[in-house]
Design a protein around this ligand. Structure first.
Ligand SMILES: [Zn+2]
Length: 259
């Protein structure tokens, strides 16, 4: 406990001076049971850099930073509770039949789930930890901050997020893979940001113009429909490398003390 009175800092979201909370940059569940092959048997993550360990020493509680005042933290945690219940912890069934890889999730609260997506994007953008160094949102960090301050979920293509659920794999627990978030550029020139945890990939589209119709149709819309694309993680080009590294790590880990 910190009993100092001068330990106040401005909240990164609202600017209020307060004792800032230890805010998880990604939802706490993102870190649950994550595979780690370097330090802790249950924790963290597939890294992009081949060498160099994840420098945070607090990873047993996930990656946190002092970002938010209590009020903003509560606000974000309401979004997160909603997202956990209806998406991240929900029992989703993969579509059957070979024709469709897409399923549609229906939620009742567009604003809350959308604000959850926006809050994650903003947090990985403002976080300063080494794990998040691959994300630079530039001026969009301010724009997201404005939206979040006023709890404005925006239109469907304001920072739309294309969601992929990894198909289950026989010997790899895909829910336990966490990759370092990073800024991406799609083949058609869209700036984006890619997160993957808890068996999902979150591909954000930062620029709004000329987003392919199919992609746009899958974004969470105001009727609460969210398209979920089901794929094997290894079949997603920007994740293939992380996948390979993860599988190698699991095999290494399995060798010494396989049950
Ligand atoms: Zn605040």
């Amino acid at each position: 406990m910190n009993h100092q009175t001068n330990g106040q800092e401005p909240c990164r979201l609202c600017g209020l001076l307060d004792q800032l909370c230890r805010s998880h940059v990604l939802p706490e569940m993102a870190y649950a049971n994550v595979i780690d092959y370097t330090s802790h048997p249950r924790m963290v993550a597939v890294r992009d850099a081949k060498k160099g360990k994840i420098s945070e020493t607090h990873h047993q509680t996930g990656f946190w930073e002092r970002l938010l005042c209590k009020k903003c933290e509560m606000k974000f945690s309401r979004y997160e509770t909603y997202a956990a219940k209806h998406l991240l912890n929900a029992q989703l069934t993969p579509p059957t039949g070979s024709a469709s890889r897409l399923s549609v999730l229906k939620v009742t609260d567009y604003a809350r789930l959308k604000l959850f997506f926006l809050s994650m994007l903003w947090r990985v953008g403002v976080a300063s930890g080494d794990f998040f160094r691959g994300v630079d949102l530039g001026k969009h960090a301010n724009q997201l901050q404005q939206m979040l301050r006023t709890e404005n979920p925006g239109e469907l293509d304001d920072y739309g997020c294309l969601l992929t659920r990894f198909l289950p794999e026989r010997d790899v627990p895909v829910e336990q893979i966490l990759i370092p978030p990073r800024t991406t550029r799609t083949h058609d020139g869209h700036n984006g940001c890619l997160l993957a945890f808890r068996g999902f990939a979150f591909q954000y589209y930062i620029s709004r113009h000329r987003i392919p119709t199919g992609v746009k149709a899958a974004f969470l819309n105001k009727n609460g429909h969210l398209g979920i694309c089901w794929m094997r993680m290894r079949d997603i080009p920007p994740l293939r490398d992380s996948w390979n590294r993860c599988v190698a790590a699991i095999r290494r880990e399995a060798k010494p003390n396989s049950a």
